[in-house]
Design a binder for this molecule. Structure first.
Ligand SMILES: NC(=O)c1ccc[n+]([C@@H]2O[C@H](COP(=O)([O-])OP(=O)(O)OC[C@H]3O[C@@H](n4cnc5c(N)ncnc54)[C@H](OP(=O)(O)O)[C@@H]3O)[C@@H](O)[C@H]2O)c1
Length: 245
């Protein structure tokens, strides 16, 4: 079956591993992001892996004028349209405490920008009667904690958005999988101390692909994070508010 994967935030190492995997499966790939040289290199790699179409396209979550050309290109291609969202940014909570104006960009990168893009493309997916959205959120979105609550709340907003979009797209044969990674070894987490059970970007990409194929609704990756977050979310608020986890 001919299909296209639009990959938002395609310079992420998780996104790169995911793009290679779907290219190997013969999908058309549109790699969207800000660093065009990096995206071109990935597009060449995807073509070598077997993608019949592999292109780099400019996407900036903070500039909605960049969205329409990507959607036009995807709709010009035959087959189902799928979208994988890897876009995100995570200023430190200390930086945000010092400069609250950083909140707006954080919310746009993790939630408002991707959500606006998905709102624009949803009618095209509905017209074609299917397609999958894989949205990368975070375990940080499951509970606000002292060290990361602005980033966490932006991911929580994205999770809730994806839940509603799943409800909508299901009606036309489409699907949405919400992906909640734990700690992953990427440029976002480079140099951060105190991380544990760190996963590789390839592991996350493989879990996302399996979840897409099995039409899972919400996954934790690696899977043991479901248990960890089950424990963390079960801690009573009167106790949790005194913890620094
Ligand atoms: N690493 C972890 O432990 C972890 C855990 C849970 C969830 N996540 C989530 O996983 C996803 C991928 O992150 P990563 O860890 O692979 O880090 P990353 O390498 O920093 O990837 C983030 C991606 O978002 C893009 N991006 C940021 N702001 C953008 C904007 N305004 N417009 C367009 N693209 C923008 C970056 O593009 P540029 O190259 O242009 O900056 C990059 O492609 C993110 O959503 C992140 O929140 C990561």
């Amino acid at each position: 079956m001919t299909e296209t994967w639009i990959i938002l935030g395609a310079t992420s190492s998780m996104a790169r591993a995911f793009a290679r995997a779907v290219a190997r499966n013969g999908a058309q790939v549109l790699l969207a992001g800000r660093d065009m040289a990096d995206l071109q290199a990935s597009a060449s790699d995807c073509a070598l892996q077997g993608a019949p179409v592999a292109e780099a396209l400019h996407f900036d979550a903070r500039d909605q004028a960049t969205f329409a050309p990507i959607i036009e290109r995807a709709t010009a291609l035959e087959g189902m349209i799928n979208v994988a969202v890897f876009v995100g940014s995570m200023p430190t909570q200390e930086a945000i405490d010092a400069d609250p104006s950083l909140i707006a960009g954080t919310v746009t990168d993790n939630y408002a920008g991707p959500a606006a893009f998905l709102q624009m493309i949803a009618p095209k997916m509905e017209e074609r009667g299917g397609g999958t959205v894989a949205g990368v959120g975070s375990v940080a979105g499951d509970r606000g904690r002292i060290g990361n609550y602005v980033y966490g709340s932006s991911k929580a907003g994205f999770h809730t958005y994806l839940s509603g979009l799943r409800n909508r797209l299901t009606r036309s044969g489409g699907h949405v999988v919400t992906v909640k990674p734990g700690f992953v070894d990427t440029s976002m987490t480079w140099g951060i101390e105190g991380m544990f059970l760190v996963a590789s970007p390839e592991k996350i990409a493989a879990d996302i692909l399996t979840a897409v194929e099995k039409r899972k609704n919400v996954i934790y990756t690696p899977g043991f994070w479901r248990l960890i977050m089950g424990i963390i979310t079960a801690i009573p608020e009167r106790l949790f508010k005194k913890l620094s986890i």
